[in-house]
Design a binder for this molecule. Structure first.
Ligand SMILES: [Mg+2]
Length: 434
């Protein structure tokens, strides 16, 4: 029986700011970083997970992870799987640490790191990729893993079971479809705000050639620039190819409405993060007043409770879960099931470092066990930093193909951890940039 013996953590930072990769209207110079957790066991497997940050403050995230990881040391994996719902509640309920949340921010993401490392261990022990491990779970087991506190007014355990039971007889057919076709992807690679028009258009052409079904561009700093960029993009991709824009929260509500409406001629698939992620009523008003342009958000929605309100108030037409923003796989099971109840497609946020590798498993579970294969689901893809992972994402004709190795996706090469460890790794020690 495999037992968790100890934990270790690593502050890993990649110098992406030097190339303006990841630059948008809010985040001018991110250094994509991982607050990386490893749960060590008395067997050969380890539970690996990470919280994505964009540089400064990664050490705070690590400190929170180190505190919460202590709560699972000594557990054996069979007991941990049986009690995973209670463990999730316990990680979010520590009577003193809860003051530093609750259910949001650094400690909530730390709970996610611990839970994701546990799911990594569960699936590695069964020799399955996480998407398959989750898809094989019974509806009852899945519901047991979810913390329904504060969402039962929107979805009860019985309703969650009903949603899962609807797909039970389709699961093997859905899995066969997934294995042949993967899940559809869209790309943000051409769209960073710091790129020149020439670079943006060349990368757009590459994305078209690669078969992506949608391309997303950063916007929101200058309306003149947005109009110029979108005109050039439409000229290249044609009037009907789906394009979306992402403001990364830079606008107040009134400005969001006027800005998006003045771009209506560009036939946008969605406007993403038009305002602050906590402003549910603001999103609802924006959704009403920029209609028919759909509103998307979620990469910084701190919990299932925010998602619940976004869905209840019809504030979003596209729900964008993130693998490391909320409390791990458990909370994303709840998020995806709530979206199914409200009939809103889940188009996960990814990019950063490791987010594609992690969140694809949730999208694939959704496609097998929750909402099935459908056209509206597109998973974000950004072509950065995949080489650092033991199993990098596998793309084919603009689609994510299912991972095959056991685990939840975040397992990074030790050589990458060592090189980019901050501040003592080989890269940073040499003082090239910071
Ligand atoms: Mg975004």
């Amino acid at each position: 029986m495999t037992k968790i013996c100890s934990s270790e953590s690593f502050d890993v930072r990649f110098p992406t700011s030097t190339m303006l990769d990841g630059s948008d209207a809010m985040n001018a110079d991110p250094d994509y970083s991982a607050a990386y957790l490893r749960l060590k066991t008395d067997s050969t497997i380890s539970g690996d997970s990470l919280v994505f940050t964009i540089g400064r403050g990664n050490e705070l995230q690590i400190a929170a992870i180190n505190i919460l990881a202590q709560k699972v040391i000594g557990l054996n994996l069979d007991d941990a799987l049986t009690n995973i719902g209670s463990i999730a509640k316990e990680l979010s309920s520590d009577s003193q640490l809860r003051w530093l949340g609750p259910d949001k921010g650094v400690f909530h993401m730390a709970a996610g790191a611990v839970l994701n490392a546990l799911w990594d261990l569960f699936s590695k022990e069964k020799n399955l990729p996480l998407w398959k491990f989750l898809s094989d779970m019974s509806p009852e087991q899945t519901v047991e893993a979810i913390d329904f506190r504060y969402i039962s007014d929107a979805m009860t355990p019985v309703q969650a079971l009903e949603i899962l039971n609807r797909q039970t007889e389709n699961k093997s057919k859905n899995e066969a479809f997934l294995l042949s076709n993967g899940v559809s992807a869209y790309t943000t690679t051409p769209g960073w705000l710091g790129y020149s028009d020439e670079k943006m258009l060349a990368l757009t052409q590459n994305a078209l050639d690669d078969g992506f079904s949608l391309i997303k561009y950063k916007c929101g700093k200058s309306l003149v620039d947005d109009r110029r960029r979108l005109s050039k993009i439409r000229e290249l991709v044609g009037p009907d190819f789906p394009i979306a824009i992402d403001a990364n929260q830079v606008w107040d509500v009134d400005l969001a409405i006027s800005w998006v409406n003045s771009l209506r001629e560009f036939n946008l698939r969605w406007i993403e993060e038009p305002t602050h992620p906590d402003d549910v009523l603001g999103h609802a008003r924006i959704a009403r007043e920029v209609s028919p342009t759909p509103v998307a958000t979620g990469e910084m929605a701190s919990s299932r409770i925010i998602f619940k309100q976004l869905l209840q108030s019809k504030a979003i037409s596209v729900m964008q879960i993130d693998a490391s923003r909320v409390a791990g796989v458990n909370e994303n099971l709840a998020n995806v099931l709530m979206a199914a109840k409200f009939n809103v497609p889940v188009c996960p946020h990814a990019g950063g470092v490791g987010l594609c590798e992690m969140v694809q498993h949730i999208a694939m579970w959704d496609s097998v066990a929750v909402s099935g294969p459908h056209q509206e689901r597109v998973v974000e893809y950004v072509d950065h930093l995949h080489e650092h992972f033991v199993e990098p994402v596998r793309m084919s004709a603009g689609r994510y193909m299912p991972p095959q190795l056991p685990g939840a996706g975040a397992h990074m090469h030790q050589s990458s951890i060592d090189e980019f460890l901050f501040p003592s790794g080989e890269y940073w020690k040499n003082g090239v940039n910071k």
